[in-house]
Write a protein that binds this ligand. Structure first.
Ligand SMILES: [Zn+2]
Length: 423
């Protein structure tokens, strides 16, 4: 065998396991593999999961924080003002350079699939064309999906509908929308109908920014669910952000959850951005800006956690790591129950893989492409608690990321001790 990883704590497997890889595929996964590998690594009980999937990020804006100025209020509105200034200076080289850097960060964190929304309210499609070039450059290593995202509206921006259609012709993979941002409720409904019809016509996936507001009257997810059911487009439609669901009355929310399940919508929550952007018009108490993850997860709805931003005018921090977003969501989503913490790993791996359309070739099992991530932590909880660095990322049987654990030494009465933050 080409590579054997020994003594791995493989996510969802019981006990330590050996992983044998040959010709880019998982050949054998069992307690003890007797044969020798060309290369062998003893993982000494470290956690191994399938690769992470970044299912919602805006790569066109990454690494622009502070350009031309920092967001002083930290609000969405000031972020939009700053972005509209920065956007005027976008060039192909500028976008490519930033996106390539950010993709490398994501890969180092174990991300091998990225769905990026790209603002297509730009008749020259500068950002989209640049990202499509980056997509080609990373082919075979990181798979990039682009969403034709009408940041300024399909009906509130001149020829917004034509721009989305043209962006799809240009090579975008997923149809986007932004109903809550349209000028009127009626235009918002048209926005959803347009996106579902276009997605169906082109046989493409659909992913809308939807109800990303604290306004409890923003109710476009119900339209999206209804259109998905009417068009029988089950499983191919994603609702991103949906923060207004936090503010709905319970009677309405529970009715809506039933429609979401029936439509098999994929749901995406963005803890990093929405924990700082939502509740800004509240005095006290201040609302949390997250959709109803616990309830949806317990109903079997496919819920995903994603980053949204990496150092942009809306969110100044971030390293392109869905595990970091999951860590934040333990707190903001009160997901600290044991099973809840474990379910967060589904929300950054298998669930977004399903949303992405990976099919059954995704996951650690014999015969599948040998893609995995090794964490510098023995368990899921330790990985989450320490936002553990990724020691290895393996893609099609090849090690594509390797990192060395940090060594910390403390001196007590002149005696050297090492500290690992592991019990
Ligand atoms: Zn977003």
């Amino acid at each position: 065998m080409d590579l054997i990883l020994r003594n791995a704590n493989v996510w969802k497997y019981k006990g330590l396991t050996d992983i044998g890889i040959e010709n880019g595929k998982f050949k054998k996964i069992k307690k003890e593999i007797s044969e020798k590998g060309e290369e062998e690594i003893d993982l000494k009980g470290k956690l191994v999961t399938p690769p992470l999937v970044e299912i919602h990020v805006h790569m066109d804006a990454v690494l622009t924080v502070g350009e031309p100025r920092f967001n002083m209020t930290g609000t969405l509105l000031e972020g939009i003002e700053i972005w509209s200034e920065r956007k005027k200076k976008l060039t192909r080289e500028d976008v490519k350079e930033r996106v390539i850097e950010a993709v490398k960060w994501q890969l180092a964190n174990g991300v091998t699939r990225i769905r990026t929304h790209v603002d297509v309210c730009d008749p020259s499609f500068t950002a989209l064309k640049a990202i499509l070039e980056v997509k080609k450059e990373f082919d075979g290593l990181v798979e990039i999906q682009t969403v034709a995202f009408p940041q300024e509206g399909i009906y509130s921006y001149p020829d917004g509908d034509e721009l989305v259609r043209k962006a799809m012709e240009e090579g975008a993979d997923v149809v986007g929308g932004i109903p809550h941002y349209e000028w009127t409720r009626e235009d918002g409904v048209r926005d959803v109908i347009f996106a579902v019809e276009l997605g169906k016509e082109l046989n493409k996936l659909i992913d809308l920014h939807i109800d990303e507001t604290d306004d409890e009257h923003s109710r476009f997810v119900e339209v999206l669910a209804a259109e998905t059911i009417k068009n029988k487009y089950f499983g191919k439609v994603t609702a991103s952000h949906t923060t207004a669901m936090h503010s709905y009355n319970n009677a309405y929310a529970f009715k809506l959850l039933g429609w979401i399940k029936r439509a098999r919508l994929n749901m995406v929550t963005n803890p990093l951005d929405n924990s700082i952007l939502q509740g800004r018009f509240d005095t006290y108490p201040k609302r949390r800006g997250h959709t109803r993850v616990k309830e949806m997860d317990s109903m079997g709805i496919n819920v995903c956690i994603a980053d949204d931003s990496i150092m942009d005018p809306w969110y100044p921090l971030g390293v392109g790591d869905p595990l970091q977003a999951a860590f934040v969501f333990v707190h903001y989503g009160q997901m600290s129950g044991y099973n809840e913490m474990m379910s967060l790993f589904d929300m950054i791996t298998e669930n977004p893989a399903k949303t992405f359309g990976c099919g059954d070739k995704y996951g650690i099992k014999e015969g599948n492409p040998a893609d995995l991530v090794v964490y510098n932590a023995p368990t899921e909880i330790d990985a989450l608690r320490t936002v553990a660095p990724r020691l290895y990322v393996v893609k099609d049987g090849k090690i594509v990321v390797e990192s060395k654990p940090t060594e910390r030494t403390i001196y007590i009465d002149g005696k050297k001790e090492s500290v690992e933050f592991i019990k």
